[in-house]
Every structure is written in C-alpha cells, then in structure tokens.
Design a binder for this molecule. Structure first.
Ligand code: B16
Ligand code: MG
Length: 223
C-alpha cells in the first residue's frame, strides 16, 4: 500500500475545461489556410504538446515541414493563438467540466493541496475566466518550465512548489504526453479519456463526470 495523498495536480486543457476543442478549431482554421487537412483524430496528438511543437506536427502531417522559415512559423503560431484567444474570451465558470467542482471541493475539504500543471501560455487567463485562479495553491504554466510534457519537469515543479513529495501526489490528465509526464515524475496518474490512448495511467475514467474523490482514493490505496 502507498502512503498518504497530500496533493492533486491537474492538467487544464481537457480536464478542467474543454479548451482542447478551441485549440482544435484554431489549429484547423490555420491548417486549412495553408492547404493541410486536419482532423479531430490528428488533434489527439496535439493534446498536452506546446504551441510550436503542435505547429511542427501539423506541417509534417501536410508534408510541408520544409516550406516555412522560422520567422514564418512564428507568424503562423501567433495567428493560431490570436484565433484561440478570441475563442477563449467567451469562457465562464459554466465551462468547468462536470464532476470537477465537486472533486475540487472534496480535495479542499480533506485539507489536500491543489496544483495546476499546464503547458499553455494562456493558462492564467483561462483559470481566471473559470473563476478558479484563487482556488489553486500553485499554477505551473509554460513560463515556469524549460521542458514541456512528456518531460516530468512540469509535474515535479508543481510538487516542489507545493512542498510535497511526488509520491504523495495524484496527477490528472487527458493526454498521453501528460500521463507520461506524471508517471515520469513518480506520481499516481489518473487518466480522463480513452483507455487505449491513456493505457499508461494507473486508472482511466472515460469522462470527468466519473471522477470522485473516494473512487480515486480507493484506486490509490489499492496499488
Ligand atoms: P498555448 P495543457 C496544452 O495545455 C494543450 O493541451 C495543448 O494542446 C496546447 O498546444 C498547449 O497547452 C499550449 O497552449 O498555445 O495556449 O500556449 O493540456 O497542458 O493544459
Ligand atoms: Mg490536457
């Protein structure tokens, strides 16, 4: 049996709110402009991956990875972000995914710490719009790290700033790269999404509405 849980560290996009859909729409718009077909399935690979890495992947998908200079790539990424920022302006607390608020309440009720680990440069803005910024003890975003997911740095940084051992943390993720990051950090990984994509997680729930404090605790203590 494992020790006591001291903290939960959440991914943002796709776990707390469905910005994954907005990222998809913004990337799809850009891809089409440069003649690349971009599907929902392709979008799965971008989850948890940084903005520039996402662009590189899309260019590769379209066989256009050699067609743009670094400067042009930065312009393309900036264009996508402008579109994305417009889409997320409409976010309100009503966009918090089902099951998340009761889970956050339970975590706080039990005196555990709360961290956010998002590689998004827009993480603070999104958390503010959701009305959740003050609820979290620490928010680790792109500005605080060198290496993005799947590197464990982001989850390890969150644990360090929360002053807890990695082994006492539970990470919650919707992306395969994120689950790799949690496992690399030596934490218990809760996956939200498809069992197939997230098979490296310690437990997978198909949707956030199925997340429960007691359920997760049970899985954690049984391992
Ligand atoms: P931005 P997460 C990630 O956030 C998204 O999953 C990923 O699709 C996105 O490309 C990345 O943030 C960067 O976002 O362009 O806003 O900096 O899942 O780590 O919360
Ligand atoms: Mg995510």
């Amino acid at each position: 049996m494992m020790g006591k849980i001291e903290a939960f560290i959440f991914d943002l996009d796709g776990v707390i709110t469905d910005t994954a859909e907005y990222h998809y729409l913004a990337w799809k718009g850009l891809a089409e402009e440069i003649g690349i077909t971009f599907t929902k399935e392709d979008n799965e690979q971008l989850k948890g991956i940084s903005r520039m890495e996402s662009l590189e992947l899309i260019l590769k998908l379209g066989g256009r990875e050699k067609d743009f200079s670094q400067e042009e790539k930065e312009q393309l990424a900036a264009k996508k972000n402008e579109h994305y920022v417009k889409l997320i302006e409409t976010i309100t607390p009503a966009d918090i995914l089902p099951g998340i608020e009761p889970l956050l309440e339970e975590i706080k009720k039990h005196g555990l710490k709360l961290g956010l680990a998002s590689v998004s440069k827009n993480a603070f803005a999104v958390m503010e719009s959701l009305g959740l910024k003050e609820e979290f003890d620490v928010i680790v975003d792109a500005a605080k790290i060198q290496k993005g997911k799947p590197d464990p740095e982001i989850f390890l940084t969150a644990a360090k700033l929360l002053n807890v051992e990695a082994s006492a943390c539970i990470g919650v993720e919707d992306a395969a790269a994120g689950v790799d990051s949690i496992k690399g950090a030596g934490m218990f990984a809760v996956g939200v999404g498809s069992e197939e994509t997230l098979h490296k997680a310690d437990v997978v729930y198909t949707g956030t509405e199925l997340l429960s404090y007691d359920g997760i605790l049970k899985e954690f203590t049984e391992r």
